[in-house]
Design a protein around this ligand. Structure first.
Ligand SMILES: [Zn+2]
Length: 93
């Protein structure tokens, strides 16, 4: 039995354990942001914590496809997301 949920990275299209991926959510304003806690409401998209995957995933077309609606990529960019993820992981209680 496969217990761990799996999701497809929207950058490389590989299926990986959900826990190993960064969750992106689309806000009501169309702006996509990182769901650090994995609890934000709305449809999520998943991407590897990898600069190449994030770089591809943050293209408007990819996000629009993943969320099936027009999206604005995060203003912070792939590098900031990766840095933020590392910081948040360390700061998490
Ligand atoms: Zn990937």
């Amino acid at each position: 039995m496969t217990a761990a949920p799996q999701r497809t990275c929207i950058g490389c299209r590989k299926v990986r354990p959900k826990a190993a991926l960064v969750r992106l959510v689309r806000g009501a304003d169309g702006r996509v942001h990182v769901d650090d806690g994995g609890r934000a409401e709305g449809r999520g998209a998943y991407v590897c914590p990898d600069p190449g995957c994030l770089g591809k995933a943050l293209h408007t077309g990819r996000l629009g496809h993943a969320f099936k609606r027009p999206c604005e990529p995060p203003a912070s960019g792939a590098a900031a997301i990766l840095n933020g993820r590392v910081v948040n992981d360390k700061a998490r209680r």
